[in-house]
Design a protein around this ligand. Sequence first.
Ligand code: ARG
Length: 566
Amino acid sequence: MLVFVDRIRAALTEATGLPSDQIRVEQPRDAALGDFAFPCFPLAKVKRAAPPAIAAELAGELNANLPGIEAVATGPYINFRVDRTLLATTVVESILDQDSAFGTSQEGAGKTIVIDFSSPNIAKPMHVGHLRSTIIGASIQRMHDALGYKTVGVNHIGDWGSQFGKLCAAIARWGDELDLDNDPIPALLALYVRYHEEEEADPSLADEARAAFRELESGAEGKIRDTWKRLTELSLRELNKIYERLGVSFDLIRGESFYESMLDQTVERIESTGITSISEGALVVDLSEFDKKLPPCLLRKTDGTTLYATRDFAAVFHRWEEFAFERCLYVVAAQQKLHFRQMKIVLERMQLDWVERVEHIDFGMLRLGEGKMSTREGKIVFLEELLDRAVSEARTIVSEKNPDLAKSADVAEIVGIGAVIFHDLKKERIKDVVFDWNEVLSFEGETGPYVQYTHARLASILRKAEALGEGGAEADYSRLDEAAPILLALGRFPDVIRSAAQHCEPSEIAQYLLSLCRETSSWYSRERVLGQEPSLTAARLSLVRCAKLVIGKGLQLLGVVAPDEM
Ligand code: ARG
């Protein structure tokens, strides 16, 4: 944490000769033991002594070298406790100095991270898997932004494939009955389903659909291509409504169709490495050598058309050439594990030395507690409906809690959407998310509204102080003893961002915020901030300012708006 960990590491290096990257400074399991701990086990071999003996011996030397930090040997551990005034002064001053830049760094400068996220399919309702990808991916992008990386958020829209042949053919047949200007997606979905059904009775429909897709793939201008373009535009218009509400944007919107012209080259490039073969007329890369259970990766079908995978190869080659990325992240549901595994093995077999940089950032499913979210049961909850319901329930709760609130409609939007996002991000991404409305929107417990509410409470203390003209005195930081857990947590924030970005795990930030908010609210329910001795009030107000800043910044990284009032 901040300078303390670095100082402890440096002193340990000096005392033991261990390189500093091998020195793991941890948080003691029991906070009463100290603020930081160093387990002496790694030294046992070199020193030929038992860890407790090493700890006892080292503690004395460390004490002499670490002014303001007390080292105590406890069993095999050395525990460190920072002097409380030093802790408060260092943390508060460094946060207030850096203001909203606190926690950010430039350690990623000069490196590019490509993040493929959201990536829904056009002419279909965006489903909950895409919602999760959007929320998780955008957060991963913001964390890397905070660390100074150049980030490229790509929306790899599914706008290509035989299904569009079908849809264009359907529109050619029945399009006149259609009003696509209002709410086009359900109408398109219904049209697609109808075509599918009528096709069974009348096989000529299937031929028409194939012909339409062939025409699309040929690149020819004409009615079919115009229809497809219109579909793309309409879909993007609808998608943008959702992105706007979620506060998400992209650096590149590049659908699969973008790679159309590169597909021949892509297939040739893979073929030229000698790893392809023909299987039942299709061009494939056999993968059974690596894993007997792995099906071959299909590059070109018997009829010459390409596939999702082919377009993903074109995309990754193109991205590597354009960005020479440090990491290329695919924020895609765990259902596509097989696809990305196949893709990585093919890249490995091509002996590309950047394979390691390609990562599937997978995540679990989102289910409604009431179980009506899946398309399989024939009932689709449109995402907009989900967001609308969250907002309308938030409106009820907010107006109950705070009937006099100005701009309560804006606050309800912030709270409703924030609740959905936070609920999605608070658990490890690989876990499934179950939506229980009461839990999602509760002001207590592990929820977005709870964190937002803590932020608003801190803002309200600051407003009151301002109105009363308090906080102008010089702060006496020796009096923030009882706030040590908050100060320690605040100081960890930069490490939390770093670790969350490294693991692509927004839940690390969400969990951190929950624990910071718990510490903070328990503190302000115990200690009065306003109306104390001026130097004490000033110190406590500084702490309030710092906590508000870090909670606000943490929420921002998750994509949740931090309200000053609610
Ligand atoms: N459109 C795909 C789907 O909805 C997701 C695409 C993910 N990105 C990628 N490069 N494959 O399943």
